[in-house]
Structure formats: structure tokens, C-alpha cells
Design a protein around this ligand. Structure first.
Ligand code: ADP
Ligand code: MG
Length: 641
């Protein structure tokens, strides 16, 4: 029978990644073996589970294992498993395409990765599993037969743009990946992957904990005997990994390297973990867990369809990857394994959602991760800063959903503030720096530090030396409304409600009421004139330089929050704000005098429109009718020339 060979093209992103793999000099080429063994191990896990759930599946699961074959003459290395295998469509979908979410981000970053260091970073971040073969091979052949199917598929590629697939009649069940090793590595002793010692060392180093036997043909030499007998070489099969589940070993017997390699395997990650958390619980619900906090946020942390959650095992048997029920969504960056003692192997996602035991484990894991972060904060500040930079935005989501741990979450959170350009501050540190007589914690929310710093809302706070937290993550708009206070100090937005910044040194009570009287007529008229835009016009205590600013009511929705809610498809009631005027600004003084002598005429009404528009622009807002504003302004300017 003649084989039907089909040639297909890699998806664009996949092609770019391959290009990166082939041409970048990734500092650690050795890791290709870890990736292939990791895939083989996953495939065996999947088969065992499938065979357990589907008794009709016609497969032999009596000797599940991984095999590594070296062919020195042909300079090939083959990694074979008798696991779940792939159908033709799966091969095309899984190997020819990047199935991972967030390809848009990937494309963007690929475009930006101009130099070697950036490429390396990218490889590390995306964890390019199977494609890492092309770091050491100039041709890769994959032969695979899916469990329960009779026909197999051969896939072959040199990694340059295209690959071929062909149907094959007979192949053993499972997958074999044959690497045709690059000739340039042949002379390089450190990268000679046909050397038995090299492969053995790599398996030990990267994959010792794999729960399936990794077998290899090894040569045993018995030395030449003294009476002239020849050296005898025998070949035997040896299992090269210890297969010990890492989470079940006492932690003082496990090295940091072993933890790191295990993390890379289960998290499909290429970075080093920032923190390793081994756990063991006895009693009602017995389980062991090994959790990791990564040192880099994955690119899809905010994608709805990202793979999140830890792996669930029951008595050493893999049950599922991405078990979301074991940790709250705001800890979705945590990776690891939970091995429960008393649970059915048949457990399904539906059952998990209801399960009391899972809920208890989840509570414990959550507390433990949070206390670890707290410890890191006080004992390893540099690591904590890394952590916060990568995952702070996600952790703060917990302030919305996890009332039980709110205090701990507040304690481990840190924020940018006007106190320092570089360093973030905790709320406790803020409270320590509070001015004599200050009773509130002031904060500003918005889109960027720069925008906030130049917003009129901050003027008086800056002038009077009050520290203000600068909150620029989207989640900040929401949690501040749900956290009324910290350590007995109310959280107060600089753009909301009335603020009292202790007025001893400027206006006295008497001066104040005189001002109110002088402005009463103007304020009333302005409120009338601008009633389409604002619900009140009043004098301000928070302005020192700008003529006016817009303030949200104590419980009102800020414009940024309104934009966020609208973006997520919710309807937000239109809410008018309060216009506050700076009674010391020449423009406001002029307005008052003009109003006093002429009353509210058309020219003053235009000025009022412009005043409102400028206040909106100054805080980074957008005008409803920009053209009208521009027209008014141009006319005014023309008259001044
Ligand atoms: P990842 O392992 O992170 O998903 P890879 O690039 O390593 O990414 O592999 C892509 C996919 O190809 C895997 O998720 C798996 O579905 C499939 N695959 C790879 N190797 C094998 C194998 N040996 N057996 C079965 N499926 C495999
Ligand atoms: Mg993989």
C-alpha cells in the first residue's frame, strides 16, 4: 500500500516559536528531554485514568512505561511511551498549532523579542514543550496511535514552516518521538545526546520523580580477565529513575533542584519557583500537598480560558490536572499537587464542587499560601517585591471574594504611594507615617501613576504633605468600596465626598463663612447653568492650583469604575458629580466679580461650560461633546489675540 503523505503548514504563531527554538541559543538545551519525558508521563497518566473510567477501552495497561533508545550509528534518540497516544486530528491540533490561550499576547511579544536575551525570556515564559526538540534535532519524527484505535499517524518536520502527516497501518499503541540529532552537537561532549551517561544524568537530574519507569538499554562491561579473557559487553534494560513521588518524601531529603525540576514538570513552566510549600495533613482528611509560587506570571493570567488549578492525585494516582476547586480563583497562579488519601478514584468535577473534604483542603491550602506570603514579606523582602510585582493584581481580587482572609490579604498587600517613586508601601507602614491629627487613609484611583499625580484632586494633599496611595490596577476601583477601614482608619478617596485636611493654617471658620456668602449667588447660578452636567457646585478645600475639579458623592460610582462596568457589559446609571471651585483661583475670582456686576449672561455661561470641560480633562476624563468644547475655546482664544 502506498502511504498518503500530506504536507501541512504550521500555524503562524507556532512557526515563529519554532523559528525561535531553532535559531536562539537557549542556554539550557538539555531541557528538551525533560519536556518529552513530561509529555510521555502525562500521556501515561491519561491512559490509566481513561482505562479506569472506560472499561470497554481495549488497551493493555499492565506495563505502562517510558523507554529511551539511543542509536549511535544513526545519531537518533527516541523517547517512547505506551500511553494515550493521539489521533491524526489531535496531532495536527496539538502539535501543529499552539493550543494555548492568549496567542494575541504571544504574537505581540514575538514581534518585540529582538535580541537573544528577550527570546530566551520568551522561551522561559511560554514553556515551549514539544517544540524544544528542535533545539537539538534538525528533524523530528513522531509516530503515534491513540488508545483504542487501529490506525496510527506519522508526523515529521524539520521545524521550518511545514510538517507532514501520514496514516500508518501498524504501530504500537502510544507515542514515540525520534530526534535526528543535529550534526554540530556530535563533537561536543557536553551535548552528545547519544552518550548513555549523558542521558542517564539528565533523567536523574530532571525527571527522577516521574511516577512511571523510564527504561533504557545499558551496556555492562566486565573487564578483561587476567588470564587473557576478552572484555565482555552485555546489554540489559535498566530503569533509570527512582519514581518516588516528591511530595511524599520528607522535605529535608529533597534538594532545591529536585523541587525545581518537579515544578517545571507539573506547571509546564520554565522559570524557577519563588517559593516551595510542602504540606502534610493527618486526621479527618488526610492529604499531602506540594505547592509552588512561580517567579513569573504566565502571560494568560487574566485570560478566561487559561489553565489554572493544581493537580489532584488520590493515593499517588493522577486524577486530574487543573483542579480549580482546590484553591480560590485569586490564588490561580499557585501550582502544585494535592494527593488525597480518602477519595474515590472515580471523582468527577461535579462531585468535587460539592465535596466537603475538598472544601476543607481548600481552606487549609489558602491559609497556608497566605501565611507563606506573609512570611516572605517580613523575611525575604526582595522575593516579596518580586511576588507582588507579578501577582499583586491577582491577589487583591481576594479582597472582593474572601471575607475570611480579608485581614491577612490587607496585611500582605502593598501599594504605590506619593511617599516614594520606587517603593510600595503596606497599609501598616502608611499608618505609621500618618500626620498628627490625620484620621483617614487617603487614596486615589485611576489609570496611571502619572495621571493621578497630575490630577487636580491631589493638589491640596500634596501641598499639605498628606501621603496618598496611588491605585492603578482595575481591581482597585472595586475593592476600595468593599474595605471600609484598616486598623480603625477609614479609607478615603481624594475624589469622593468632603475632605477635611485640617484648616488651622489657612482659612478660619469666619473667613470661610464670609467666602460662602460672597460666592452664594454665583454657586446657585452655576448649578442652574451646568445642571446637565453636575448636581451641585460648591467651594473646594482640595484645590491649590486648578480652578475646579469634579467630585463623586460619598457612595457614588467613580467614572473609572463606571467605564469598567460598562466594558464588562453592565448598564451603569448615569450619575452626576459635584463641581468644586477653588475660591482663590483668578478665574473663579473673575467669575464671581463678573457675575456680581453683570449677572449670569451668555458669555459667563460659556465660561462655565469651559470650566466644567477643563475640570473633566484635567482628571483624564473624556468630554461628551469635544467638538463643542473645542469651538468655544477657539472662539475665546481668538478674542484674546
Ligand atoms: P504541554 O505539555 O504544555 O501541553 P507540549 O508542547 O509539551 O505542551 O505538548 C502539546 C500537547 O501535545 C500536549 O498537551 C499533549 O496533548 C500532546 N502530546 C505531546 N506529547 C504527547 C505524547 N507523548 N502522548 C500524547 N500526547 C502528547
Ligand atoms: Mg509538555
Amino acid at each position: 500500500m502506498t502511504e498518503q503523505v500530506e504536507q501541512l503548514e504550521f500555524q503562524a504563531e507556532a512557526r515563529q516559536l519554532l523559528d525561535l527554538m531553532i535559531h536562539s541559543v537557549y542556554s539550557n538545551k538539555d531541557s528538551f528531554l525533560r519536556e518529552l519525558i513530561s509529555n510521555a508521563s502525562d500521556a501515561l497518566d491519561k491512559l490509566r485514568l481513561e482505562a479506569f473510567r472506560n472499561k470497554d477501552l481495549d488497551v493493555d495497561t499492565s506495563d505502562l512505561h517510558i523507554e529511551i533508545d539511543i542509536d549511535k550509528a544513526a545519531r537518533t534518540l527516541t523517547i517512547r511511551d505506551n500511553g494515550i497516544g493521539m489521533t491524526r486530528d489531535e496531532v495536527v491540533g496539538l502539535i501543529g498549532t499552539l493550543a494555548k490561550s492568549g496567542t494575541a499576547e504571544l504574537r505581540q511579544q514575538l514581534r518585540e523579542a529582538q535580541n537573544a536575551a528577550a527570546s530566551e525570556e520568551l522561551i522561559g515564559q511560554f514553556g515551549i514543550g514539544f517544540y524544544s526538540s528542535f533545539m537539538v534535532a534538525d528533524k523530528v519524527t513522531l509516530l503515534t496511535r491513540k488508545a483504542g484505535e487501529s490506525s496510527a499517524t506519522r508526523w515529521e518536520s524539520s521545524g521550518e514552516g511545514t510538517y507532514t502527516v501520514a496514516a500508518v497501518d501498524d504501530a504500537p499503541q502510544g507515542t514515540s518521538v525520534t530526534l535526528h540529532l543535529k550534526p554540530e552537537d556530535a563533537e561536543d561532549e557536553l551535548h552528545d545526546y547519544t552518550a548513555e551517561w549523558k542521558i542517564r544524568a539528565l533523567v536523574k537530574q530532571y525527571s527522577d520523580f516521574i511516577g512511571w519507569p523510564i527504561r533504557m538499554q545499558v551496556e555492562r562491561r566486565s573487564p578483561a580477565t587476567e588470564d587473557g579473557g576478552d572484555e565482555v559487553v552485555t546489554v540489559e534494560t535498566e530503569t533509570v529513575n527512582s519514581m518516588k513521588a516528591l511530595w511524599a518524601r520528607p522535605k529535608d531529603e529533597v534538594s532545591q533542584e529536585e523541587y525545581t525540576e518537579f515544578y517545571k514538570h507539573i506547571a509546564h513552566a520554565w522559570d524557577d519557583p519563588l517559593e516551595v510549600i510542602p504540606m502534610k495533613a493527618e486526621g479527618t482528611f488526610e492529604y499531602q500537598a506540594l505547592l509552588f509560587i512561580p517567579s513569573h506570571a504566565p502571560f494568560d493570567l487574566f485570560n478566561q480560558d487559561a489553565r489554572i488549578g493544581v493537580q489532584l492525585y488520590v493515593r499517588r494516582v493522577f486524577i486530574m490536572a487543573d483542579c480549580e476547586e482546590l484553591l480560590p480563583p485569586y490564588l490561580r497562579f499557585v501550582k502544585g499537587v494535592v494527593d488525597a488519601a480518602d477519595m474515590s478514584l472515580n471523582v468527577s468535577r461535579e462531585i468535587l464542587q460539592q465535596d466537603r473534604q475538598i472544601k476543607a483542603i481548600r481552606r487549609r491550602l489558602t491559609k497556608r499560601v497566605l501565611s507563606t506570603i506573609k512570611e516572605m514579606q517580613s523575611e525575604r523582602p526582595a522575593d516579596y517585591r518580586t511576588f507582588w510585582g507579578q501577582f499583586g493584581r491577582v491577589l487583591k481580587e481576594g479582597l472582593l471574594s474572601d471575607a475570611d482572609n480579608k485581614d491577612t490579604l490587607l496585611a500582605v498587600s502593598s501599594f504605590a504611594s506619593t511617599n516614594s517613586d520606587e517603593e510600595t508601601t503596606t497599609l501598616a507602614e502608611y499608618v505609621e507615617r500618618m500626620k498628627e491629627g490625620q484620621e483617614q487613609i487617603f487614596y486615589a484611583t485611576g489609570e496611571s501613576r502619572q495621571q493621578l499625580l497630575s490630577s487636580p484632586h491631589l493638589e491640596a494633599f500634596k501641598a499639605k504633605g498628606y501621603e496618598v496611595l496611588l491605585l492603578t490596577d482595575p481591581v482597585d476601583e472595586v475593592w476600595v468600596d468593599m474595605v471600609p477601614e484598616f486598623d480603625g482608619k477609614r479609607l478615603q478617596s481624594v475624589a469622593k465626598g468632603e475632605v477635611d485636611l485640617g484648616s488651622e493654617e489657612d482659612t478660619s471658620e469666619a473667613e470661610r463663612s464670609q467666602l460662602e456668602q460672597e460666592f452664594a449667588g454665583l454657586l446657585e447660578w452655576l448649578q442652574e447653568t451646568l445642571s446637565d452636567h453636575v448636581k451641585e457646585v460648591r467651594l473646594s478645600t482640595r484645590l491649590t492650583e486648578s480652578p475646579a475639579c469634579l467630585i463623586t458623592d460619598g457612595f457614588g460610582i467613580t467614572p473609572a469604575l463606571a467605564r469598567m462596568l460598562q466594558a464588562s457589559g453592565q448598564t451603569v446609571p448615569a450619575e452626576k458629580r459635584i463641581l468644586e471651585l477653588n475660591p482663590n483661583h483668578p478665574l473663579i475670582v473673575g467669575l464671581r466679580e463678573g457675575f456680581g456686576s453683570r449677572g449670569g449672561d451668555d458669555a459667563l455661561a460659556e465660561t462655565a461650560e469651559l470650566l466644567y470641560g477643563t475640570a473633566l480633562l484635567a482628571e483624564g476624563g473624556t468630554l461628551d461633546e469635544p467638538a463643542k468644547f473645542a469651538h468655544l475655546l477657539a472662539e475665546r482664544l481668538a478674542r484674546t489675540i
